[in-house]
Design a protein around this ligand. Structure first.
Ligand SMILES: Cc1cc2nc3c(=O)[nH]c(=O)nc-3n(C[C@H](O)[C@H](O)[C@H](O)COP(=O)(O)OP(=O)(O)OC[C@H]3O[C@@H](n4cnc5c(N)ncnc54)[C@H](O)[C@@H]3O)c2cc1C
Length: 424
């Protein structure tokens, strides 16, 4: 859904806004909404118009849906972006349908995730930010400087050039953040273990009240249904397999083949079609180091990308928005906010990063060694189904969890008495 032209306003009058947000993706636009509701003067700078399908996050785990509720954005996501509530997690193993897991049974306060088209969500959030009075520069480029002790941004769009001297710059410009580079931040990806691919398919005829995860030897397919029988297929496989599929004549067709062949015979009919790009991405977490600052703060992927095969990115972005929004609305002195926010984010980002790494090998490896690891994890869950609290991470998020060495050993069952001698 394109943002109607009349909701986009452009102004060159306000040169010293409270906040300039670079990047109007989900993180930037959601923050603009929160700050506009509090009456702050907000400029949003977005380089792309229209947004296009870049194969991004479209499953919002239950903890992310909770963050949306806390931000007062859940209804907007459902009503304006057609987000589909997903109450169940349906798995398939050995081509058999397993009993679906119902989030509400264990987490009555986080009873569902959401499946949503990413571009529709971006448009809904940006449209709302503009409706609330955020000044949107789009499509626009930005260059950064400092003048008179303040950040100084030159924004160039079809309307000409404008000069902004905000109290605070928020970099919400994604994993290759230009704001981060200007602020002296660095991003160092972890080594990639496997690849995650995405394809948009219409006509699979799957129930939309659940996510679907089908396991096969060497990986899994994760399917997030959206409105109108659209679905995003995410395929997790070893990197050489991903490269081979990417180079094939019909990558999207191969995604569907993997899915179809992991489901009970006849579940997927012939009448589906590929309706978007298909492509692969390394699973690597990308932690970020950010120098101390009084007036530049990073949120969303700009401040660290979680392994996309874990599907936490959108939830993390909404969590960032809530935490940073609360800090900014707490008082007038913002000078401590960037460092305080970055320190807070570092803690919950690290928890998700380590948890992702604990799961990497099980995602796509095959053979007797990984079978033994899986068996040991299964034995460990018999004695502690909560996995030290980490089993709840998709429903409750990372807060309150600490990814220590001890937590890792417990998660992987390395602390089981009969296995201690086999610890690698
Ligand atoms: C293959 C894949 C699958 C994923 N699956 C999931 C999933 O299922 N669930 C989930 O929660 N997450 C998932 N993610 C992660 C999720 O998509 C991201 O974490 C999320 O989109 C981050 O949002 P963001 O707003 O921080 O950044 P982005 O979505 O990257 O938005 C950044 C915005 O900034 C703009 N921009 C960039 N540079 C500039 C500039 N210099 N000037 C102005 N504007 C600029 C961009 O145009 C864009 O609009 C997935 C990621 C990938 C790659």
């Amino acid at each position: 859904m394109p943002v109607p032209a009349h909701t986009i306003s452009t102004s060159f009058a306000a040169t010293a806004p409270d906040v300039a947000i670079v990047g109007a993706g989900v993180a930037g636009s959601a923050l603009a909404i929160v700050l506009r509701r509090a009456g702050l003067d907000v400029h949003l700078i977005e380089r792309s118009d229209p947004f296009r399908d870049r194969i991004r996050g479209e499953t919002i785990h239950p903890w992310g849906a909770t963050e949306l509720r806390r931000l007062g954005l859940y209804t907007l996501a459902v009503a304006d972006a057609d987000a589909q509530p997903q109450q169940l997690w349906q798995t398939y193993r050995d081509r058999e349908t397993q009993t679906p897991y119902r989030w509400a049974d264990d987490f009555p306060d986080a009873p569902n995730g959401l499946g949503v088209n990413h571009v529709a969500l971006q448009n809904a959030l940006l449209g709302e930010a503009a409706r609330l009075g955020a000044i949107v520069h789009r499509p626009a480029t930005v260059s950064f400087d400092r003048a008179g002790g303040r950040p100084s941004l030159t924004v160039t769009s079809a309307a000409g050039e404008s000069w902004l001297q905000p109290r605070l710059v928020v970099g919400a410009d994604g994993q290759n953040s230009a704001t981060r580079a200007w602020a002296g931040g660095t991003a160092r990806p972890d080594p990639a273990h496997h690849h995650l691919g995405g394809a948009l398919i219409r006509g699979l005829g799957l129930p939309a009240d659940r996510i679907h995860q089908a396991f096969f030897d060497g990986g899994f397919v994760f399917v997030s249904p959206q409105a109108n029988d659209f679905a995003r297929l995410y395929l997790v496989v070893a990197t050489p397999t991903a490269m081979e599929i990417q180079a094939s004549a019909d990558p999207a067709g191969r995604f569907v083949e993997y899915f179809r062949d992991a489901l009970p015979e006849g579940t997927i009919g012939p009448s589906w079609e590929s309706v978007g790009p298909a492509g692969f991405f390394p699973n690597a977490n990308v932690p970020v180091a950010i120098p101390s600052s009084r007036d530049v703060v990073l949120i969303g992927d700009a401040s660290g990308r979680n392994d996309p095969s874990q599907g936490h990115g959108l939830s993390l972005a909404f969590h960032d928005v809530r935490i940073l929004g609360d800090m900014l609305l707490e008082g007038d002195d913002w000078s401590f906010v960037p460092d305080r926010f970055h320190a807070t984010k570092h803690r919950y980002f690290e928890t998700l990063r380590q948890h992702a790494r604990w799961n990497e090998r099980q995602a796509s490896e095959t053979g007797p060694e990984i079978d033994e690891i899986r068996a040991r994890i299964a034995r460990s869950r018999e004695t502690d189904p909560s996995a030290g609290g980490f089993a709840a991470i998709f429903a409750a998020g990372p807060d309150g969890l600490e990814a220590t060495g001890e937590a890792r050993r417990h998660y992987l069952g390395l602390d089981l008495a009969d296995d201690v001698a086999n610890v690698a």
